[in-house]
Design a protein around this ligand. Structure first.
Ligand SMILES: Nc1nc2c(ncn2[C@@H]2O[C@H](COP(=O)(O)OP(=O)(O)OP(=O)(O)O)[C@@H](O)[C@H]2O)c(=O)[nH]1
Ligand SMILES: [Mg+2]
Length: 282
C-alpha cells in the first residue's frame, strides 16, 4: 500500500495557497478525502483549514523576533532557517502525518524558488516522504500565467521549472495559474506555448526572425546561440510542458487533478481492489 501527495511549489505569489484551497473545496464537492498541510512558516493567511501546520513547529515570526544574536536573519534567510529546522525535525512531521495507508496529502510550500532549484531542503523533504514514509509524490509547480506571456519569459519560466525538476527528481506537473485574468488575445498567444514540441519549434523560428529583423532585445541579440541552444534543449527532449488552471472554468481543477493523480497512479490500486472483491482475504 502507498500513500500519495502533491507537493505544491512555485514562485512567490504564483497562487499555491489559492490552488490548495480551491482543490480542497473541489474535493469536498466530489466527496473525496484529502489532507492539507501548510509548510510555509511565513504564511499569514490562507483559505483552508490545515490538518498539519508547520507554524506549530516554527514560524518565520518566531525566528525574526528571536533575541538570540546567533539567529539574526532577514525574512529570506529566516525562511530558509525555518525550512532547515523542519528538515532537522522530520520526526515531528511524521507524527503529524499519521500512518494511514492510501491517504492523500497536499503540501502548500513556501514561495522561495531557491528552495527548489539549488538548496537541498525540499529535495531532502521529498526524498524522506518517498523513502521513509512510503509516499508517491507529484510536484505541482505553479507559475503565474502573466510570467509566460512572451518568448523571453517563457524560456525563463521553462528553465526555472527544469532546474526544480532536475533537483527534486519526482513526477512533475507545471501549472499556469490565474488564466482567468488574461484576455482572449493573450489566451490565443498562450495556446502557442502549450504544445511542447510545436511551441519550441515556433519559438526557434520566431527568435531567429526577430533577430534578423532587428526586433529582438539586446540580450537576445547578444546571446542568440545560447538562446537557440536552450530552446533546442527544451525542444529535443520535450522536458517541460505547461497545463493551465482557469478557476473561472468549471472543470479546470478537476481535469488537473486527474492528470496529477495519473502521475502518482492514485486510484489504480483502488480500481484493482474494486475489480476483484471476491479475492479479498482469499
Ligand atoms: N484571479 C485570480 N487570482 C488568483 C488566482 N490564484 C491566486 N490568485 C491571487 O494571487 C495572489 C497570491 O495568491 P496566493 O495563493 O497567496 O499565492 P502563493 O503562491 O501561495 O503566495 P506565497 O505563499 O506568498 O508564495 C492572491 O491575491 C490571490 O487571490 C487565480 O487563479 N485567479
Ligand atoms: Mg502561499
Amino acid at each position: 500500500m502507498s500513500r500519495y501527495c502533491q507537493v505544491v511549489i512555485g514562485p512567490a505569489g504564483s497562487g499555491k495557497s489559492t490552488y490548495c484551497s480551491n482543490l480542497m473545496r473541489h474535493c469536498e464537492d466530489i466527496s473525496r478525502r484529502i489532507n492539507m498541510a501548510n509548510l510555509d512558516p511565513a504564511a499569514e493567511y490562507f483559505d483552508y483549514t490545515p490538518d498539519v501546520d508547520v507554524r506549530e513547529l516554527i514560524s518565520l515570526e518566531d525566528v525574526l523576533d528571536d533575541e538570540d544574536e546567533s539567529v539574526k536573519f532577514g525574512p529570506n534567510g529566516g525562511l530558509v532557517f525555518c525550512m532547515e529546522f523542519l528538515i532537522e525535525n522530520l520526526d515531528w512531521l511524521e507524527s503529524q502525518l499519521g500512518e494511514d495507508d492510501d491517504d492523500y496529502w497536499v503540501f502548500d510550500c513556501p514561495g522561495q524558488i531557491e528552495l527548489y532549484t539549488h538548496l537541498d531542503v525540499m529535495k531532502t523533504f521529498v526524498d524522506h516522504l518517498q523513502n521513509q514514509l512510503n509516499f508517491r509524490c507529484c510536484a505541482v509547480c505553479l507559475f503565474d500565467v502573466q510570467c509566460i506571456t512572451d518568448n523571453a519569459k517563457f524560456i525563463g519560466g521553462s528553465m526555472a521549472s527544469l532546474s526544480a525538476m532536475a533537483k527534486l527528481e519526482v513526477p512533475f506537473v507545471n501549472v499556469l495559474s490565474k488564466v482567468d485574468l488574461i484576455d482572449d488575445d493573450q489566451k490565443e498567444k498562450l495556446s502557442n506555448y502549450l504544445d511542447v514540441m510545436e511551441s519550441h519549434q515556433d519559438l526557434v523560428q520566431e527568435l531567429s526572425s526577430e533577430h534578423k529583423s532587428g526586433g529582438a532585445n539586446v540580450f537576445m541579440k547578444k546571446h542568440e546561440k545560447l538562446t537557440t541552444a536552450l530552446v533546442g534543449l527544451l525542444d529535443n527532449y520535450g522536458l517541460v510542458g505547461f497545463h493551465t488552471l482557469d478557476m473561472s472554468q468549471e472543470g479546470s481543477i478537476g481535469e488537473l487533478l486527474v492528470l496529477i493523480d495519473s502521475q502518482i497512479q492514485y486510484g489504480e490500486d483502488l480500481d484493482v481492489k474494486d475489480s476483484f472483491p471476491d479475492d479479498e482475504g482469499g
